[in-house]
Design a protein around this ligand. Sequence first.
Ligand SMILES: Cc1ncc(COP(=O)(O)O)c(C=O)c1O
Length: 424
Amino acid sequence: MEPLALFGGPTSFNRELSPYNPYGEEEVAAASAVIRSGCLSSFIGAWAEGFYGGPQVRAFEAEWAEYFGVKHAVSVNSLTSGLICAVGALNIEPGDEIIVSPWTMSASATSILIWNAIPVFADIDPITFNLNPQAVRQKITTRTRAIMVPSIFGYGADFIELKKIAVEFNLKIIEDAAQSPGVNYEGKWVGTWGDIGGFSLNYHKHIHTGEGGICVTNDDVLAERMRLIRNHAESVVERKGETQINNMLGFNFRLGEIEAALGRCQLKKLSSKVQDRFVMGQHLQRLLADLPGLATTPVTGNNGHAYYVFGMVLDTALLKVSRAKIFEALKAEGVPSLATAYVNVHRLPMYTQKIAYGTQHFPWVIGDVTSTVEYGSGTCPVAEQLQDERYLGFAICQYDFTVEDMSAIAAAFHKVWAQLELLR
Ligand SMILES: Cc1ncc(COP(=O)(O)O)c(C=O)c1O
């Protein structure tokens, strides 16, 4: 075997890569047609003809709803905006609690805080990286109103158990399906298990509109409240005749006509893009399966996996090598898109110091009511140990990888594993 690149040997991954790009001539034609039409948006932030947006926005929403088999799809200019609409659509009060995963992008939790509700982090499963239903159960209090459920990296959360908990405690479920569009979990699309689900359409997702997002629901009231929050609710409710005006603070979260037209083209590619990624992820998983001390998310039953990120867990005690050393050796071999950390949202300073709005700890302190929720190290030990010692992530989403690339990456792992002794 060749010496490790870390010690002067040849690198094992030298292949040319180009950034992931699901765009083609269809999108060029669709964007041009919108520009030629002269109508780049028809939204109006008032109860008037344009309140629901222009023809591309409406068609995109109708097509998305049909694809996912839901009654309503509400497009937005990002999923961050979409999650804000989703939480605002619920009837929550300042100080209410929403349980959320710490292993997610920060917007899953800030969408809760924006409404002055309290994010409560529950620990994750050590191999799927998704919320652990048992941990969720332990975090329920009399103030819990909902669970924000990411299906992180492209694999569905344990919706069977989470739904049971939601029914038992009368909680709503909002799904953050940003990374899992077009993925099946137990016979149902991820994003359609909850009361509301949201998808991101930012430029590193499987299909995208540059920036953008879209929420889905079967609930007429929640859909309309999301449309209101998307588009200046406060100045619309009166003329529209809405009497339920709680949390009807609006924003401009509207999607443009060009993005909507691009989204319509992209939706047609969703299943093939997710399938291509699934084939690559499964290929890599098979090739890494016999490496001791390295585990990957088992994809069980008929479930899919969108492999936004290919997550790995190292048994560093068994390997007797630190993650840092393994990472260094793999990087030296030329393996692209590797990271040793994802996110521990519960350890961000905004949470550990409980400083968000102003300096007086609002909304953790509201008048004489002080939240006892705890953040920081020790509160989600599984997520923390993964972040600090054991997680290794390969961001498949970054490049237009091929199956051959996956084989070359696996070869680099095998080379490093064969010489672990030298890293000890
Ligand atoms: C899990 C998760 N939630 C929410 C978001 C926010 O999506 P957007 O960038 O469209 O606002 C992202 C974006 O990467 C994400 O990965």
